[in-house]
Design a binder for this molecule. Sequence first.
Ligand code: DCP
Ligand code: MG
Length: 412
Amino acid sequence: MVTLGKRAILHVDMDAFYAAVEERENPALRGKPVVVGSEPKEGRGRGVVATANYAARRYGIGSAMPISEAWRRCPSAVYIRPRMRLYAEVSRGVRDIFERFTDLIEPISIDEAFLDVTASRRLYGDGPEIAKRIKSAIRSEERLTASIGCAASKFIAKIASDLDKPDGLVVVEEGREAEFLDPLPIGRLWGAGPKALERFRRLRCATIGDAASLERDVLVRTFGESMGDRFHRLSRGLDERPVVPDHVRKSLGKESTFGEDVADRKVVERTLLDLTEKVAASLRRKHMAGVTITLKLRWEGFETVTRRRTLKEPVNTTERIWPVARELLRAADRPRLKVRLVGVTLSGLDRVESGQSDLFREGSNVDGRVAEAVDTLAERFGSGTVTRAALLPDGEKDAPDDDPEPHESGGN
Ligand code: DCP
Ligand code: MG
């Protein structure tokens, strides 16, 4: 039997993030050195490198290097200006993947987060298994790679994620922390900046193991009570810090990638309706409603668009979300292309008291009552029990139900 450790913490860090996104968006870049930063003008450009892909790193190019220096090392690299909105969008998509596995997510930067998956293990398998699932979802849904460290603490998970980049998965089992840490260079110790490293050098500490073999007193005398104590504990692999979720959930969405690209728009709309129902139900369960509806559509060939509309007030029912999502879909769509992925996200989220959300307050109560009935049925019999025939595209209606709401027809 597999014994589960006390905690399962993942540290996820995307590989060569900005550059990898650029490569994904433009297949012509593949295999070439790519540098994301300000464009060099004949080697004299100012500014620094944000990141370089792994091909460019072979020339010694890396983050924070002056762009002129990068140019000197590899003038033939492709130089690209950062597109922050695009990267932020991808970052949100990656976060959506995390959210399938846990609510305990602590983002550290645009491409890096801690996840506490301790409680998720009952549902999804142990820490390494969850890490594999996350990597594979990121690969198939975002066409990107991530490196993950899996351990019983944040400190160890963070170091581990960096040791086998790119596309790495490094697992440190509980009880084997010392074995893992001891040979690592002392610079890997969290909080050890240039000044501290100089003091460690004078203490003849080259590795974390060297520091771990020192008495606590020695470290406290050298670094002061708080730093000394921290180095003492970390070097021995002791780190109880919790993953602190950022809590304010900014958006809630679901998307679906088709097994095979789909030409039939009825299928696309049916899928979008299904996703809409799930998002709406999930919002209601969390007592939330969102004011902005975003549609995401990806065609064959991976080209992707998002279209959003902000309503006058937050909504959390299929009846309110679906007509907008469908309209956005129809307006954005290029019917000659097959569809690879469709998704819907609600953002601008607000808490609503149960039973009296805006929707319930306003005019007719029908929307809210329908939603409640759907939730009750779904809880009892599983989601998908109630099919909203009137909302489906023409000719796709299932057996009529006794939904009291006078829906608009599903046609144009
Ligand atoms: N970044 C930046 N300036 C820096 C460091 C990073 O603009 N000095 C940006 C670009 C990176 C992103 O942040 O793509 C993530 O930073 P990482 O340190 O995780 O670097 P990468 O993801 O690019 O590479 P790695 O595979 O080493 O994680
Ligand atoms: Mg990274």
